[in-house]
Design a protein around this ligand. Structure first.
Ligand code: PLP
Length: 440
């Protein structure tokens, strides 16, 4: 196999072929591009006529551009994806990085490396997004739920230590809201037992843990660039990273056991079962596009500014809430942990206030304040009940998870809000909490 060949615009080196093989079937035409521009750059209400006039001039300018241009000859897994991966590796300081369809695909690859399946156990935190546990469930492994540190709602290593068994093959800590869990303690438990640690770093791109990039402390880290995250890859995208030698197989993990960056010499021999930790596994197809990578490369340039704005918003909220007894301040940056401020963790002292966060949520909703509702105890999802998990029995083993979910926390958005919106949100929370304290 020609290992050193750079990514080519063509999967097959057609050389002097009289009938070349093109990587792209139908090329993008001007009308396709205009449809994309009209989708991404939408008319403002009341400005439709002006929009049409300007869109027509853009279309004419594009037609002129075509006169001196040719179409892209590679749309999937080419030089732009490679460039993104190179830049991400440098930014994160890790050995291997693989751009994927989404973070969930990264979880699948890392857990396939651990060869999880029936009879194995995978420990996840009590609260996260469903995708933290889906591949483990899919594989037939048993998912075990660790309790949380109520201050961060991240996985509590002490409970991981209690729940780890000889069957535990993987631990999946989550950087919820982009704030690091106690990774050193989790790694210590895992390394003593040769357990694979996969960080769900979906929120954590650009964060830090003890001087290292968030998501690079565990054996694997998987970041999300879905549209709701701090930066995105045209709506969907993920990046899996590792320092393990296994990272050399990332290209094969991404595309059905074949490395598409190299020339495939013989399809019968170059398609492999990927060597996992305990045995070979079959790779799926998680390929992403050049355009997604291009979008992400651009947004990466603005990442620090994005995080700075979000941090300033979180600091403002903490300052406002510090005046109010009963609101617990959200964790901000420390010497060791730098967050990405993907979400604001709003917690109340329900005992002091005399009412639950459930009442606060209703009061905020009535005031038009958006909250992010999909971070809930994973064992309460119908999915787990359908698979025979006993939600009540598990709840009894996760007292902090139950306490913070039922009584204490919700998530507020931190994305670029206008100063008025931010102030309105702070006012609304303070008013609502004061009402609750007054027994209203
Ligand atoms: C968004 C998210 C994911 C999934 O990311 P995808 O890129 O959509 O697969 C996983 N975990 C958490 C905590 C998330 O918020």
């Amino acid at each position: 196999m020609s290992q050193d060949k750079p990514a080519s615009d063509f999967r097959y080196d057609t050389g002097e072929a009289r009938v070349p093989w093109a990587a792209v079937g139908e090329h993008l035409a001007n009308e396709d591009l205009m449809r994309i521009i009209r989708f991404l750059v939408r008319p403002q209400a009341g400005k439709e006529a002006e929009y049409e006039a300007r869109a027509a001039s853009v279309e004419a300018a594009l037609a002129e551009l075509w006169e001196v241009s040719g179409p892209a000859t590679k749309l999937s897994l080419g030089a732009t994806v490679s460039k993104l991966e190179a830049e991400a590796k440098e930014f994160l300081g890790c050995k291997y990085a693989c751009f994927l369809t989404n973070a969930t695909a990264g979880f699948e690859i890392a857990l396939k490396y651990a060869n999880i399946g029936p009879g194995d156990e995978v420990i996840v935190p009590g609260i996260s997004f469903i995708s933290t546990m889906t591949y483990a469930l899919q594989s037939g492994a048993k998912v075990v739920f660790a309790d949380l540190d109520p201050n961060t709602i991240n996985m509590d290593p002490a409970d991981v230590a209690r729940k780890v068994t000889d069957k535990t093959k993987a631990i999946v800590p989550v950087y919820i809201g982009g704030y690091a869990p106690d990774m050193d303690a989790i790694m210590e438990i895992a390394e003593a037992r040769d357990i694979v640690v996969l960080a769900d770093a979906a929120h954590a791109f650009g964060g830090k843990y003890k001087g290292k990039a968030a998501g690079t402390v565990a054996h694997f880290g998987s970041y999300s660039f879905h549209e709701v995250k701090n930066i995105n890859a045209l709506g969907e995208g993920g990046l899996l990273v590792t320092d393990l030698d296994f990272g050399q197989y990332f290209p094969q993990c991404r595309f059905l056991g074949v490395d598409m960056a190299k020339q495939v010499e013989n399809w019968l021999y170059d398609v492999i079962a990927v060597p996992g930790k305990y045995g070979p596994f079959v790779a799926g197809n998680h390929s992403s596009t050049e355009i997604q990578a291009l979008c992400l490369l651009g947004q990466m340039q603005r990442l620090q500014a994005v995080i700075d704005t979000r941090r300033a918003n979180a600091e403002y909220l903490n300052e406002r809430f510090s005046e109010v007894e009963g609101i617990i301040p959200a964790p901000l940056d420390t010497d060791e942990i730098k967050g990405t401020y993907h979400l604001y963790l709003l917690r109340v002292d329900h005992e002091l206030i005399g009412q639950d966060v459930q009442v606060l949520k209703q009061k905020l909703e009535a005031r038009g304040v958006v909250q992010i509702p999909h971070f809930a105890p994973l064992y309460k999802y119908q999915l787990c009940r359908d698979l025979g998990y006993d939600s009540d029995a598990i709840a009894a083993t996760c007292p902090n998870t139950e306490m913070v979910f039922n009584h204490q926390f919700t998530h507020l958005p931190l994305y670029p809000l206008s100063q008025q919106q931010l102030e309105y949100m702070a006012d609304a929370v303070i008013e609502a909490v004061e009402e609750m304290k007054a027994g209203k």
